[in-house]
Design a binder for this molecule. Sequence first.
Ligand SMILES: [Zn+2]
Length: 640
Amino acid sequence: MHIPREVVDKIYQNIDILEVVSDYVSLQKSGKDYKACCPFHNERTPSFFVTPAKGIFKCFGCGKGGDAVTFVMEIEGISYGEALRQLAQKYKIEIPENASQKPSDDELQKQNEVDALYIAMQFAKNFYQEQLLYTEEGKTIGLSYLKERGFNELTIKTFELGYATSDWDTFYRTAIKKGYNPTILEKAGLIQKKEGKNEYYDRFRERVMFPIHNVSGKVIAFGARTLKKDKDTPKYLNSPETPLYHKSKVLYGLFQAKKSILQKDECLLVEGYADVVALHQAGITNVVASSGTSLTQEQTRLIRRFTTNVIVLYDGDEAGLNAAMRGVDIILEEGLSLKVVWLPQNEDPDSFVQKHGTNAMLAYIQENAQDFIKFKTKYLLKNAENDPFRRGEAIREVVSSIIKIPDVIQRNVFFKECSQLFGIEEEILIREGNKILGKELKQKTNNEALSDLLQNDTDAFLEQKATEFSSVYHQEHETMRLLLCYADYPISQDVVFGQYLLKELQGLQFETPVFQEIFEIFARNLHEGRLLSHHDFMKMESREIRQAVINLISEKYELSPNWEAKAGIIVEKKDEKLNQVAYEAIMRMKWKAVQRMMKENQKNLQQASTEEEQDRFLQIHIQLKSIEQEIAKTLGNVVR
Ligand SMILES: [Zn+2]
C-alpha cells in the first residue's frame, strides 16, 4: 500500500489547492487569497482562506489549516495515504501497479477503517456495474429496465448505475476471493450475517443499484430499487448508516451537480434518485435529491456551500403538496432563498422531462417558480376560505415560517407582503411572530444551557490558548518560524540562515515536542547536505508536523490583509530585519536554557553534602549568572 516517493512528489507538483478546495466549497477571490464560509464549522461570514501562493488553507474561525492533502484528509476523514490516492486519481497520476493493488486481507485489517470502507464501496460499485453490463440477468432485467426508463449509456456511466443479481451471495463470494475482510464488508452495509451463524449473504439482491457519492465523488452508499411488482418488497432499499454514510448529511447527485449549481447559482431539489438522473440526462444538471427524507440542516448547509438559491420541485399530487408544507422551513432558517415549483397533476420531474423535453421543463420552472412563503400563504388561505379559526391557524403557520428567516430586512419584506395577502395589518403579524419567537427562544435557552453543561470543549480550547500564549511557546514558535521561512536566506557569502541558526541552537532543546522533532529532522538533513523548507515538512507523513508547520507559516497578518487593518495591528516586514529578529530569537532560546540550567544547579546545590561539592555548584552558578546577564543585556531584560 506504500506509494513510492517519486509518485508522492509528482502528486504534490500537480496539486492546485484552488482546484482541490473548489471541489467542496465555492471560493471567492479576496486580494491574493480566496475565501469562503468554512466547510468545517458553521458560519455565515467567511473566515476560511485559501492562499494559492503558499498552497495552504486556514480557517480563522475554527483554526483548521493545512495544505491540499490535509484538506482532503480532514474533509473526507481519510488517512494521508488515501488522500494522496484520491488526489492522484484527480490529477490522473498513475500509482504503480504493485502499490495500487487492492489490499490483501491482512493489509485491510491493519489499515485505517475508513480507508478500508471506501475501498470496499468502490469495489462493490465496480462489481455491480459489471453485473449490469456483462451478466445475462443484468442485461435482460437491469439494463433493459434502465433503457425502458430512457436512460442512455452516458447517463448510466455518469451515475455509475449497476445491478445486483438475484443470487444470495455472488457479491460476498467474489469479494472474499479478492481478499476483502467480511467484517469490513458488513460494516460497509454490503453483506449481512445469517442469523446465529458465521455466514454471510448479500444485502442487495435483484435490484438496480444507484451509488450514492459524497461531494468528492467517492461512493459511500447505495440506493437499490427493486424491479419486482409485489407489494411486500419495498421499492427502495438503502444502505444502512455506516461510518461513511449518514443519510441526513448527504444529497444524492451533488457530486455530479456541484459545478453546474455554482455556475447557475441555483440548486434544484427533487425527491427521487430517478428524478435527478432524468433531469441530468436532459441537460438540467444543477439538481440534487434529499433521498426521501425531509431536508435536514446538514443537507441545507451542503447546498449553501455552492449557492444560496434553492428551487424545490414538487410532484403534482396531494402527497407532494403536503411535503411542500413541511420540512422546507429549514432552508429558510439557514438563510437561503427558497422557491417552489408545482408540477402538473400526476407528474414528477422524471416523467415530465421525458414527456415534454428539456425546454418545456425549463420554461415550466421559470414560469411557475414562486416564492415559498407567498405560495404557502396563498395555499393556506385558499384552504381556510372564510373560516376565521382556520384563517387564524393559517396566519400562525405562515408567520412561523417567516420568523425562520435570519435576515431582518428580508423578514420584514415578507411580513409586508403577507399582510397584504391576508388583509391584516403588518403590526399584528409582527406581534404574532414575536410571540412565537419568544416561546422558541425560551426553549432554546434551556437546551443550550444543558448542552453547555454537557460539553467541555470550551475548556480544552482555553487550555490550548493558554499554552499558545505562554512565553516559552512564543519564543520557540518564533524561532521555528524563522527557521522554516528563511532557511535558505543568505546571511553571508557562503552561509545561509538555516546553517547559522542551527549552529547557534546546537545543544538547545525545544520544550514543545513537535518543534524539537522538526528541528532534529532539519538538522539531520542539513548534516547530509539537504536544506529543508516548509514545503518539505508539509509533505511529511506526520500529521502533527504538518499541522505545526502550517500554523507557523500561516499567521493571520500574512493571510488576510483585512484582518490586520481591523485589529489595528501593524506588522513589520520581518525579512528586512531578519538578522536582528533571528539574533533575538536565538538569544531568547539561550536565555531560557540558562534559566533551566540554573534551576537544576540550584537543586544540586541544596542537595550537596560536602563543602567541596557546594563550592563546585557555586562556581557553576556564578558562571551561569554572568552568561544570563550577558544575554539579558542584549535583550534588554531585567535580571534580578
Ligand atoms: Zn472553520
